[in-house]
Ligand binder design. Structure first.
Ligand code: ATP
Ligand code: LTN
Length: 329
């Protein structure tokens, strides 16, 4: 990038209501790179690997873009855009399919999980999802990719694809590094704390959505599954409490020791309410700003349009290099 500025890229699918897992594991960290050239994308091409209702997909695309802005990303300083508005993603995705091995894709745990969940629709896009994700990243010569830990395997594959292409054709792509937060990399379900909190979980009590109102957030935390012990610390069989400690830590910056000391004489009920309160306060400004933005579709459309134009400019540079290296006339 210009003057050796480092590049950051990440994406979120408009495939459901976003959760505090998406927020604490990924979106919150998107504002951590004020001196980098940052691209944040609403990855709608990825979302259709699972059947979507078109009207819902359209609405969620606006909602996800508005959440980017509401969570602190200034569209004047970051390139915010929709993946399908920049056709080079699909184009490079195809090319990288030809540099990705069947065996590599077969080992992806997200593919195995999603095919188990959608046994009636194990389509080729679900299988080649990681090479499209590699295209998203490599198209912008990305240095850093902030994601939750569940995406680490896809990132490793993107690195391998970049290195393989560079090996065959000479330096073409920057090999990207993941940026995975130490606290919040994997927020767990409130109902089943050994499973990831997932926006596609059918049990609404398992998941706190970024846009849940304060009463709903508090109710969900009060019901969170814990254990029959009564000390607030991490340990075997204490995944529920550990998850609540992680969430509390993400919102307050406090360490495990500080949390254990703060709640040494409190019961689980009191701790759960304290977690609910800090989450409500962390999300309050996001929800307010989001509501304001969603009332201004014209503004969101202008952000999308300008973002797509800027993204296309950088994508074009990489694509002409790729075409030349491949021998396309
Ligand atoms: P689904 O749960 O439907 O598979 P998802 O929420 O995992 O979807 P995305 O919306 O594409 O998928 O994820 C966006 C970002 O949020 C990714 O960087 C992902 O790693 C992160 N993320 C998702 N869930 C969690 C979680 N429970 N904890 C931490 N990070 C998460
Ligand atoms: N695969 C990611 C979403 C995603 C992404 C990306 C993340 C698509 N393209 C590029 C980072 C960079 C997911 O399912 N969470």
């Amino acid at each position: 990038m210009l003057n050796d500025q480092k590049v950051v890229f990440s994406g979120v699918q408009p495939s459901g209501n976003l959760t505090i897992g998406n927020y604490l594991g990924a979106m919150r960290n998107f504002s951590a790179f004020p001196d980098h050239k940052c691209f944040y994308c609403v990855v709608d091409l990825h979302a259709i690997t699972v059947r979507q209702v078109p009207a819902d997909l359209r609405r969620r695309t606006y909602e996800t873009l508005a959440l980017y802005i509401a969570s602190g990303l200034d569209p004047e300083k970051n390139v915010l855009f929709v993946q399908s508005h920049v056709p080079a993603h699909a184009e490079l995705g195809w090319i990288l399919d030809c540099y990705t091995m069947f065996g590599e894709l077969s080992r992806m745990t997200q593919f195995k999980d999603k095919s188990a969940h959608h046994a009636d629709n194990i389509n080729a896009g679900l299988f080649t999802y990681p090479s499209l994700m590699a295209a998203d990243i490599l198209l912008y010569q990305t240095d850093i990719v902030p994601v939750g830990i569940d995406q680490k395997q896809h990132l490793e594959l993107a690195r391998n694809i970049a290195a393989r292409f560079n090996g065959v054709h000479g330096e073409t792509f920057v090999v990207p590094e993941p940026y995975i937060p130490e606290t919040g990399m994997k927020i767990m379900s409130l109902a089943e704390p050994t499973a990831k909190m997932s926006k596609s979980d059918p049990n609404p009590n398992a998941v706190v959505y970024i846009l849940d109102d304060p009463d709903t957030i508090m109710r969900k935390f009060r019901r969170a599954v814990t254990d029959s012990d009564c000390t607030i610390c991490r340990g075997e069989g204490k995944e529920g409490i550990a998850n609540l400690m992680t969430i509390y830590s993400c919102c307050t910056g406090k360490s495990d020791e500080e949390i254990t000391a703060e709640f040494s004489s409190a019961g689980y009920g009191k701790f759960k309410e304290a977690v609910g309160e800090v989450v409500i306060e962390a999300l309050r400004p996001v929800r307010q700003e989001w509501t304001r933005l969603m009332a201004d579709k014209a503004y969101l459309e202008q952000v999308m349009k300008s973002g797509a134009e800027q993204a296309a400019y950088y994508a074009r540079k990489t694509m002409s290099k790729v075409r030349r290296k491949l021998g396309f006339v």
